[in-house]
Design a protein around this ligand. Structure first.
Ligand SMILES: Cc1cc2nc3c(=O)[nH]c(=O)nc-3n(C[C@H](O)[C@H](O)[C@H](O)COP(=O)(O)OP(=O)(O)OC[C@H]3O[C@@H](n4cnc5c(N)ncnc54)[C@H](O)[C@@H]3O)c2cc1C
Length: 309
């Protein structure tokens, strides 16, 4: 079993409950060390490589961009950084969560949903030791400090790696409810935690991924405890976006008490979660109060292309 090995960095922005970090972007080449089928539709890939020497990770949602292109010799076509910036033009890349990093290896683990199509999903299905990818990031981290009275987490399988890290990192005995949408019981995995975890698996059965209201309905039906909590929801963009309004307007949760992040969108290849509103769509972001994905974005706008990881 793997555990998240925390390393300590000083936050660049400290807002009490929330700490934000910005890391220098570095292009890394990573090579498959081993693979492990975690469930019917989830493949864990353990990468290694000398470029992982100073890999930074602090928060459950830390993620990287993986690059899948090859040159004419079949070698990895790495993203090029110029003054710390890169251009996405001509590259095939996807976002993936840092499930675990062990500096002793160094090894990096990423859990891929095997959804049957898409360059990344197909790559993971046949990944073998010795295969290499390019990688950028993490560009930054958004850490919710474990100071809350309770947590509610809701995720589909693309966000299950981050949810697993969430519950692994929470302190002993703190109440956490987790709703996880998967196709059926064959996709359920064991979660490790010291928290007081109430875990509900939600089965969509034959319905297509991203087509149900399971996560939205579960969060709406949840009876929130008193006190200062945090609600984190991630999964298919369209199916969860109503929860931004629900949590902020209907439940009246302060902005530092929730995040709703669309990790992918039905029918769209390489959905960019930065294109999503962080607030309900008619709520402007208050100046000076960056939302949760603020840490993931370039502090200085890039000359060309988006910079993150
Ligand atoms: C911050 C962040 C972290 C993420 N972490 C993970 C992670 O740890 N593990 C993980 O598996 N995914 C993760 N994702 C989601 C992943 O980036 C997307 O699912 C991505 O689209 C997969 O790329 P692909 O090449 O397989 O499919 P694409 O080429 O991007 O898409 C091809 C088609 O497949 C559909 N599709 C994409 N993903 C799925 C899916 N899961 N189920 C069904 N249909 C799908 C698309 O809608 C599109 O129609 C994360 C996304 C973000 C933003």
């Amino acid at each position: 079993m793997t555990t998240f090995v925390p390393r300590h960095y000083a936050p660049d922005v400290d807002r009490g409950k929330i700490a934000q970090y910005f890391f220098d972007l570095r292009a890394r080449r990573i090579t498959v060390d081993s693979t492990q089928r975690l469930s019917e539709r989830m493949m864990r890939v353990r990468f290694t490589g000398a470029d992982l020497d100073d890999f930074p990770t602090v928060a459950p949602e830390d993620h990287v961009k993986l690059f899948f292109d090859r040159d004419e010799r079949g070698d990895v076509r790495m993203p090029q950084l110029v003054d710390g910036r890169w251009s996405p033009a001509g590259h095939t890349y996807r976002d993936y969560t840092v499930r675990a990093f062990d500096p002793a290896g160094p090894t990096l683990e990423i859990d891929f949903v095997l959804h049957g199509h898409g360059v990344a999903g197909r790559w993971a299905a046949s990944a073998a030791p010795g295969d290499s990818l390019g990688m950028l990031g993490p560009r930054g981290a958004f850490l919710v400090r474990d100071v809350c009275d309770w947590y509610v987490l809701a995720a589909d399988e693309t966000a299950l790696p981050a949810l697993s890290r969430w519950v692994e990192g929470l302190r002993e005995g703190v109440p956490v409810t987790a709703y996880v949408e998967v196709q059926d019981e064959r996709d359920e995995i064991e979660l490790t935690t010291r928290a007081d975890l109430r875990l509900r698996w939600l089965h969509r059965g034959p319905a297509a991924p991203g087509s149900t209201r399971l996560l939205a309905d579960a969060v709406r039906a949840h009876e929130f405890d008193d006190g200062d909590g945090f609600v984190w929801v991630a999964g298919e963009s369209t199916s969860i976006k109503e929860l931004r309004r629900y949590l902020s307007r209907e439940r009246g949760l302060p902005r530092d008490c929730w995040d709703v992040d669309g990790y992918w969108r039905r029918g769209a290849a390489n959905h960019d979660h930065h294109d999503e509103p962080e607030e309900p769509e008619d709520d402007p972001v208050e100046p000076g109060e960056p939302g949760p994905r603020g840490a993931d974005e370039e502090p200085v706008p890039p000359a060309s292309g988006r910079v993150d990881g």
